[in-house]
Ligand binder design. Structure first.
Ligand SMILES: *Cc1c(COP(=O)(O)O)cnc(C)c1O
Length: 461
């Protein structure tokens, strides 16, 4: 394989259409933030200059994907685009059976209903909000088996997404393998800051689970980004293509849930993919209840076409180098300003350590939520909380108090420029300069599920 000769991560594409943005002033932003109850999820997108709320469904599609949209076969059953998607998933990821869903959580719902029974334990490399909720709604309990390093924002372990096999062994001893329907493995662990799992660790996990007859289900939302880090950091993979690494990761697992709104470069879509014929049959039956017929799963034909093309683009070496390169550029800029961020820099965004940024604000007063609001007030940049608000409450009603209290600056794929990255870092630096004067928040409205989406707050005096 010929190596890219350019030192810079510069984009392997050019622009041919732009979306104009509204620039706001501080008075407008103050009003917008108050109306949004200090929750960046409740802001109107129109009032946002640079939107780093999420990398989910916010990527720019290529001209080829847009052309694919025009090739939508909107038949109720047997759409040509479904077969293209099915063939792509087999070819790129290697899973045998595909069930399309409207997005990742649709796949999580179906999978949890099939595999999780009341009283089951689902170990995983850190929780994800929707994934854990579906496991719990199906009667299961999530247990975190990620290595301790992942909970320490300063630890520079190159694979903070790794599983601690001793933690898993303890669970197997305590509950028995029969109580563990599968291990939930995310590639590029979102909640740990976009941190990868190594191939070595995944192989060890595979041989352990083979011994005990436990499945591995892959949350493959950011598998290409994980593959990039394996190529950069793991011995023996320097010369492999992203495509080869992605395939090898998938091969070590028994099935997957995918939110195609991330890696796969589409605005909507997802799927469940499995190798087990029986699980597939059941999923194909359940998808009709919750999503739609098994050849569209809640998607239009054109969406499946854009997804199939996006999957191919997502595993291009040049694409992923530029994607992660831009994230690293922003992270390094923030470090130059002395802003405390999670290290090493992850694949899909920069995670600012709000406990360190606002050390005078206790976790009960939502430091990360506060910081996200302050960044917006400063510059119109929208970020999101990943701390005590996102973590929610246990079945007993107690708050989860996660060690990590972070603000996520998530970078959409192929959307913003290097100059935008500069604006973002400069804004974070300005807020950091006046961090001592910032006061915390009080929650005044709390929804029952996934509260971070809709909770409202008031500034403490
Ligand atoms: C986004 C995401 C999901 C859920 O997918 P949706 O498409 O938002 O429903 C699951 N797991 C991870 C790691 C995610 O980032």
């Amino acid at each position: 394989m010929k190596h890219n000769i350019y030192k810079s991560w510069a984009e392997p594409y050019k622009m041919k259409m732009v979306e104009l943005l509204k620039m706001t002033n501080p008075v407008q932003r103050k009003k917008a933030m108050q109306e949004a109850g200090y929750n960046t999820f409740l802001l109107k997108s129109e009032d946002v200059y640079i939107d780093l709320l999420t990398d989910s469904g916010t990527s720019a599609m290529s001209d080829r994907q847009w052309a694919g949209m025009m090739m939508g076969d909107e038949a109720y059953a047997g759409s040509r685009n479904f077969y293209h998607l099915e063939e792509t998933v087999k070819d790129i990821y290697g899973y045998k059976y595909l069930i399309p869903t409207h997005q990742g959580r649709g796949a999580e719902n179906i999978l949890s209903k099939i595999l999780v029974k009341k009283g089951d334990i689902i170990p995983g490399n850190m929780y994800f909000t929707t994934t854990r909720l579906h496991q719990e709604l199906a009667g299961g309990k999530f247990e975190d088996i990620i290595i301790d390093e992942a909970h320490d924002p300063d630890n520079e372990h190159p694979f903070k997404g790794n599983v601690d096999l001793n933690k898993l062994e303890r669970l197997v001893k305590k509950y028995g393998a029969k109580k563990i329907p599968y291990i939930s493995i995310a590639t590029s662990v979102n909640m740990a800051g976009g941190q990868p799992i190594s191939m070595k660790n995944l192989k060890e996990l595979r041989s352990y689970t083979n011994k005990h007859g436990i499945r591995i289900i892959h949350d493959m939302t950011r598998v290409a980004e994980n593959a990039y880090f394996i190529r950069q950091r793991e011995k023996g993979y320097e010369r492999c293509s992203i495509k080869e690494i992605v395939k090898e990761i998938c091969k070590l697992t028994d099935g997957a849930t995918m939110s195609a709104k991330k890696d796969a470069l589409v605005n909507i879509g997802g799927f469940l993919a499995v190798n087990d014929r029986e699980v597939f049959e059941e999923a194909r039956n359940l998808v009709v209840v919750y999503e739609g017929l098994h050849t569209y799963g809640g998607l239009a034909g054109r969406d499946m076409e854009a997804m199939a093309i996006g999957i191919h683009e997502s595993v291009s070496n040049d694409h992923i180098r530029a994607r992660v390169g831009q994230v690293i550029y922003l992270g390094e800029k923030m470090m130059e300003f002395g802003i405390p961020i999670v290290k090493p820099i992850g694949g899909h965004g920069i995670f600012v350590d709000a406990k360190k940024f606002l050390p005078h604000i206790p976790q009960e007063e939502f430091p990360a939520q506060t910081l996200a609001a302050e960044i917006y007030l400063d510059s119109g940049v929208r970020t999101m909380e990943r701390g005590v608000v996102s973590a929610g409450r246990k079945a007993t009603g107690e708050n989860y108090y996660p060690k990590l209290e972070l603000v996520r600056f998530t970078i959409p794929r192929r959307v913003y420029t290097q100059a935008h990255m500069d604006v973002i870092a400069e804004s974070a630096a300005r807020v950091y300069e006046r961090h001592e004067q910032i006061k915390g928040l009080k929650m005044i409205y709390e929804p029952k599920y996934l509260r971070f989406f809709q909770a409202r707050f008031e500034r403490l005096k």
